[in-house]
Ligand binder design. Structure first.
Ligand code: PEP
Ligand code: MN
Length: 339
């Protein structure tokens, strides 16, 4: 059930509602909207008649059932897109298109520093770089691990860019959260429920990638795992799904963006690098994603893609990324957004 509070309700009245929900045996989730608060009461839907008694409490505007299987992620709980504050200047889900750029993997101090300086100069607002890499082959480069996290933190100190980096298991999640501003859950882990619950307990925004064979509803159910643990800061990322097509690494499902927009209040970004697997297709699909309503982009950029330890073929050189960003401004404007 969703309890919609009246605009400007006193904190004491709101707290009384939260307490009452708990006493009725439900788990309350407070969602701050720009004009009013909404409380999700999660528990046995058969007891919804009991929850309706809350309608009589001070400050309560209405009590409504959430009809979808994903509850806290549902658009029904928040008509406005949730804004996720990453740093003093970076907010995801507002007017500004947020671009997260950098190499697939952190490889050395020189490589991540050069990447960070280049993507910042081109206008990216977040630095990406994997320190723990989920590789299809156990023989491929697995990442620099904690040393890579330290280098990312140093790149943040140098440039001021917040960093997003992947968490691959619950055991190292807290370590990653010590260094990262955004925790990335990769496509391969998008239904690792133990990991989703773990990042749900950490106080960091989570970038959740869509699994390669995941329906949009399953994607939202994974987001629900994080939200239901108490972490309301979830950003969804469409990164391509596996189809019969072999001309691209994945099929970037851009139709998922407007579909998700209707289904959820969570911000949605697109990753045209993993979505296509080929640097030639990254810019056109980045523009298309913004036209489709994406709140941001994740783009792989490497100073020397030919020698990258991972995902070189889909990585842009800094010069191509700079050109992409210049043109992206026009698409952002056409979509009533800014960059
Ligand atoms: C990545 O961002 O480098 C990555 C491994 O992405 P995905 O999980 O989408 O494959
Ligand atoms: Mn990659």
């Amino acid at each position: 059930m969703i309890i919609v509070m009246k605009a400007g309700t006193a904190t004491a009245d709101r707290d009384a509602v939260l307490k009452q929900i708990e006493e009725l045996g439900y788990k309350p989730h407070l969602i701050h909207g720009t004009t009013r608060d909404v409380i999700g009461a999660i528990g046995d839907e058969r007891g919804k008649l009991i929850l309706h008694s809350i309608e009589a409490m001070h400050g309560v505007e209405s009590v409504l059932p959430i009809l979808k299987p994903y509850k806290l992620a549902s658009r029904e709980v928040n008509r406005e897109t949730t804004r996720i504050r990453v740093s003093d200047t970076v907010v995801i889900g507002g007017d500004e298109i947020i671009v997260m750029a950098g190499p697939c993997s952190v490889e050395s101090e020189a490589q991540i520093m050069e990447s960070a300086i280049a993507v910042k100069a081109a206008g990216a607002q977040v630095l990406r770089g994997g320190a723990f890499k989920p590789r299809t082959s156990p023989y491929s480069f697995q990442g620099m691990e904690e040393e890579g996290l330290k280098l990312l933190a140093r790149a943040r100190d140098l440039t001021g860019l917040p960093v997003v980096t992947e968490v691959i298991n619950p055991e190292t999640a807290e370590l990653v959260a010590e260094y990262a501003d955004i925790l990335q859950i990769g496509a391969r882990n998008s239904q690792n429920f133990a990991l989703l619950k773990k990042v749900g307990q950490l106080k960091r925004p989570v970038l959740l990638k869509r699994g390669m064979a995941m329906t949009i509803q399953e994607f939202l159910m994974s987001a629900e795992y994080i939200l239901s643990e108490g972490n309301q800061q979830v950003i969804l990322c469409e990164r391509g799904i596996r189809t019969f097509e072999t001309a691209t690494r994945n099929t970037l499902d851009l139709s998922a963006i407007p579909v998700l927009r209707g289904m959820t209040h969570l911000p949605v970004i697109a990753d045209p690098s993993h979505g296509t697997g080929n640097h030639h297709y990254v810019a056109p699909m980045a523009y298309a994603a913004v036209a489709a309503g994406a709140d941001g982009l994740m783009i792989e950029v490497h100073p020397d893609p030919e020698h990258a330890s991972s995902d070189g073929p889909q990585s842009l050189k800094p010069s191509s990324f700079t050109a992409l960003m210049a043109k992206l401004r026009l698409f952002a404007e056409a979509a009533d957004r800014r960059l």
